[in-house]
Design a protein around this ligand. Sequence first.
Ligand SMILES: [Zn+2]
Length: 301
Amino acid sequence: MNNFEKLQGRLAAGETILMDGGMGSEIERRGLASPTTWSGGPMLTHPQVVRDIHQEYIEAGAEVIITNTFGTGRDMLEHGNIEDKVAEANRLGIEAAVQARRNSGTEGSVVIAASVSTMAPKAHAEVPVPYEKALETYREQLGELAKGDPDVAVGEMLVRISDTLAVIEAATELGLPVWVGLSLVRDGDGLYLGIQDRHGGESLQDAMDAIRDKNVASVFIMHTPVDDTGPGLEIVRKDWVGIFGAYAHFPRDAGPMDPQRYLEYAKGWSEQGARIIGGCCGTGPGHIRALSEWLSGSHST
Ligand SMILES: [Zn+2]
């Protein structure tokens, strides 16, 4: 049984699984984030830092770690004029996670999720990318990542339905189970796919309708403000019969969030039925440790 099957077994048995916390923000905290490729450039220049961050999360209790390849797709590397490094950046990305798992002696349990994200999420997300182009880009990146044997593929900060469907198709072609991570913004009473802005105007409900019959192992509300994550999960749980989870972020200008306060949000998501929980931008090993202590406490009672 591989680690993903073990995870599925634990979920089927009713367990809640702990994911890691933010990666880009941890790289930034070390002064290494790139102005053009965010966490993508540091993957090439500082792979040992990325490995150490993974290891810190495993030591804090994370049972799922996400590769630092959110910013290593061709479209992201193009922003830094290093698009000839797609294969190398993604090889280093999966290697850093595999090494961290080995160093921490958790090869038989920790799940490695190979990350890809919405194409160029910060630049013109409102302009749709043709489906075939998105598919080709995800195919290339996931193909490189698959060489390192990840347990699952995860599409992150997905803010377009077309990209979401392209990630699912590319991962499925490679024989990888796939997680879908949707990012939300609030506009009035509605929740829409987006980061800072509504972009194409597709709603969370539109996205759920589009993926309902697809081969998706779990759905996540992620990189979404903590206060909008619960309302997003409310929409997900109404028509998603499978596993869902959450890993939220909080705005940088609001300052750091106390781990105990983040934990209170996470408890709420758990009550809503979220079964895989972690943190996104702004959360660090301290937040994951707080979640771990809570989960290990609730398991023993
Ligand atoms: Zn984030």
